[in-house]
Design a protein around this ligand. Structure first.
Ligand SMILES: O=C(O)CCC(=O)C(=O)O
Length: 293
């Protein structure tokens, strides 16, 4: 496959898709990246989880290691864009930043974090949660995310599910267990206070996916097809976001400079703004890696 097949023509959300997002707290989009890009990113999963990092830099979180962790839990890496240029090309996309900013009413979008997720055959659930429960170190504590399927996601493949309208239920604390909980919907059911959550599965081809609001409850159930599924998530925050000086970010707080609340673009790159800004180093990085920036 040549390089041209790894690029996706920009997509833009329709007015109807924006309306759906506002109403439901998520919107399913049949194609976000091209199949060729999805396959290229998928092809990077094995080296990443083996610790073969193309750019020479480790990701911020590497939550599953062969031989150390159970084979039936979802493998997760956070900020694989720092370690792999194929992942970085998909994550640092202008059009995804623009869509997240537009959905959220922000002047622009910057990347908070990416997630590379690999639910193995018969992989166990990921607990249903709200992303915004984990954001007290950011001001404003808001996030909008783009979830992209890298395999076809059918009913049995443990795809992501969203509780329709749950972005209007308020903000709840972090859940007690994210990976492989006994009851993945325990906290969601409590938050629904007597209602039955209207859970919507995202069933799309590779390259399709969804955008979700930071307060929308979501998670995924056990994989039952025996095949597994892989996905890539791009979590965006406002281009104007700053560190919250009163709360410590357990992992990402290490990027806060003393006496300042600005977020350094090297670690939280700006993808798109209404006034045409985008972090300058991105294009050089995508071409040459960290040696070039
Ligand atoms: O893919 C999943 O099962 C869950 C992903 C997730 O929690 C997220 O995108 O925030």
């Amino acid at each position: 496959m040549d390089e041209a097949e790894h690029t996706t023509p920009d997509f833009a959300l329709s007015g109807e898709q924006v309306r759906r997002f506002e109403e439901d707290g998520f919107v399913v989009v049949p194609r976000i990246i091209d199949l060729g890009v999805a396959l290229a990113v998928r092809g990077r999963f094995e080296p990443l989880f083996e610790g073969a990092f193309e750019t020479g830099m480790q990701p911020d979180e590497w939550n599953w290691r062969a031989g150390r962790d159970a084979a039936d839990v979802t493998r997760q890496i956070c900020n694989a864009w720092k370690s792999d240029l194929t992942v970085a090309r998909a994550v640092l996309a202008t059009d995804i930043g623009e869509a997240c900013a537009r959905l959220s009413g922000w002047p622009g979008a910057r990347l908070a974090q990416d997630n590379v997720l690999w639910k193995p055959p018969s992989g166990r659930a990921l607990g249903f949660h709200q992303d915004a429960s984990y954001l007290n170190w950011i001001d404003p504590p808001e996030m909008t995310s783009c979830w992209i399927a890298l395999d076809e996601t059918t009913r049995d493949r443990g795809t992501i599910q969203y509780a329709r309208g749950s972005h209007r239920w308020g903000l709840f604390p972090p859940i007690s267990r994210f990976h492989a909980p006994e009851n993945p919907t325990a906290e969601l059911d409590a938050a629904a206070s007597g209602m039955t959550p209207d859970l919507v599965r995202v069933e799309v081809s590779a390259g399709g996916g969804a955008f979700h609001h930071g307060r929308t409850w979501h998670g995924s159930k056990q994989e039952r097809s025996g095949i597994g599924r892989r996905s890539l998530v791009i979590h965006c925050i406002s281009s104007e976001a700053r560190f919250n000086p009163r709360n410590v970010g357990a992992i990402y707080g290490r990027y806060k400079r003393a006496g300042e609340t600005t977020m350094d673009e090297t670690f939280f790159p700006i993808l798109w703004t209404k006034t045409g800004e985008r972090s300058r180093f991105i294009e050089t990085y995508l071409e040459k890696g960290w040696h070039g920036v």
